[in-house]
Design a protein. Structure first.
Length: 162
């Protein structure tokens, strides 16, 4: 059983250590990190999952971006401790955190990832959305949180401060 809570300031370094464990060295050199420079994650959507002993098992963060002139959420990173992988925690973090987004006024979310994994949540390839290089354009995925939210949305992705 996991307890899901909004990430708070005191969680920051523990979450960063989890991401360091889950991702290859140099993760902060990725283009998605350039979009986050100097911008805080959205606290209402960024969550941590702890087990019954209070040990961090997973975390998910969201950031505000613009696609052309349209606001969107950038999901990521999401990390699950290697000892907790395969338990459905990643999916739980995605579903539960995204459920909070529409009431807060967010209608679209995007990420850079593997479509075979993320399509189960409703993410699809965004052919007209362009992340900064060197992002592989085939890994730019999006999901509408309300019908038609991605219709006509095209352009470059840039970071914004909300």
């Amino acid at each position: 059983m996991f307890h899901l809570n909004r990430e708070v300031e005191d969680d920051w370094w523990e979450v960063e250590a989890l991401y360091d464990l889950c991702f290859a060295p140099g993760r902060e050199a990725l283009s998605s990190y350039r979009l986050r420079d100097g911008i805080a994650p959205l606290s209402a959507l960024s969550h941590v999952a702890r087990d019954s002993d209070g040990i961090l098992a997973g975390a998910i963060r969201y950031w505000p971006v613009l696609v052309g002139a349209a606001p969107a959420l950038l999901l990521g990173p999401i990390g699950v401790h290697p000892t907790r992988q395969g338990e459905g925690l990643g999916g739980y973090l995605i579903r539960e955190s995204l459920a909070v987004a529409p009431p807060l006024g967010w209608s679209r979310v995007m990420l850079v990832g593997d479509e075979p994994y993320y399509k189960r949540f409703g993410f699809r390839y965004l052919s007209d959305v362009h992340m900064p290089p060197p992002t592989n354009p085939n890994r730019v995925l999006g999901m509408a949180l309300e019908p038609g939210a991605w219709d006509g949305v095209i352009g470059k992705v840039t970071g914004i401060n909300c």
